[in-house]
Design a protein around this ligand. Structure first.
Ligand code: ARG
Length: 265
């Protein structure tokens, strides 16, 4: 099934502040390289037959390339984002406007949440992260608005500050994840819900290998996550490695650059 993604070209990308442990403003990042790598990701999606829509980047919002954080879209309904840090605050309304201008029903959120960074949608449930960014109360707000059960998971390692840095859906029923990113209780929840999950190593997690995008058959994944790629191939997935090393300097990978638009308006 082809998917529909929203992406934002990193025309104003930079590492100007540090709001996660990956970011070092002193070290900087090369915008030209970031743009080239991002174009590679976009082409990878298009070659797989997925549709990519674009939102205009805004000068002064260097992290806007991380479209996953802009909203959560399920069944054609848009639950807007409200960012933790003021540096990214203006992104929430910008993404919400993109959807409302196109006629999508949308909810402006009351509670702090960073969109698909912390909400990952499966067939029957939405998995939701908390601990660093998204407020657990937003999990309830999303459940009420979208009418889907939301399962809260607690993140405990600051390097894996969004759920999508530690876990990705392989399809509508199964996931891959790095247990070390989660609290003991949440590890148990994941074991109960997904007995057949792909378990990633620390090495794979440390190159943001879990920040991947699967369409149920093909997995677009950071090139450096070689162990995880082998396991995915062993399970019958096609692996499409991409190099997003420049965006990783801001703490982002393929999934961070990708907001899935699910369902009809
Ligand atoms: N620098 C951004 C931040 O810390 C990176 C966001 C990555 N996005 C994601 N979905 N994990 O907010």
């Amino acid at each position: 099934m082809p998917k529909h993604f929203l992406m934002c070209r990193p025309d104003y990308f930079a590492v100007e502040y540090a709001i996660n442990p990956w970011m070092n403003p002193e070290a900087g990042a090369d915008r030209e390289v970031a743009i080239r790598q991002w174009e590679g990701l976009k082409s990878a999606y298009e070659e797989l037959g997925h549709e990519v829509s674009l939102i205009d980047p805004i000068d002064g919002l260097p992290d806007m390339v991380f479209a996953a954080n802009g909203a959560l879209v399920v069944g054609g309904r848009v639950y807007g984002a409200r960012f933790t840090f003021p540096e990214r605050g203006a992104e929430g309304p910008a993404y919400l406007r993109w959807f409302t201008e196109r006629g999508y029903p949308a909810l402006e959120p009351t509670h702090v949440n960073e969109g698909e960074g912390d909400f990952l949608t499966l067939d029957e449930v939405i998995l939701a992260g908390t601990g660093f960014r998204t407020d657990v109360v937003a999990h309830q707000e999303a459940q009420e608005y979208l009418g889907r059960p939301v399962v809260s998971l607690k993140l405990v390692d600051p390097r894996f500050y969004h759920l999508d840095t530690a876990l990705f859906p392989l399809d509508g029923r199964n996931v891959a994840y790095y247990p070390g990113a989660f609290s003991k209780g949440s590890q148990e929840v994941l074991r109960v819900m997904f007995p057949d999950a792909v378990i990633a190593t620390a090495e794979d997690a440390e190159v943001l290998g879990l920040n991947a995008v699967s369409d149920g058959r093909n997995v677009v994944i950071n090139a450096e996550a070689t162990g995880l790629q082998l396991e995915l191939k062993r399970r019958g997935y096609e692996v499409i490695p991409v190099d997003l090393s420049e965006l990783r300097k801001a703490g982002g990978g393929p999934k961070c650059c990708t907001l899935e638009i699910r369902g009809e308006k």
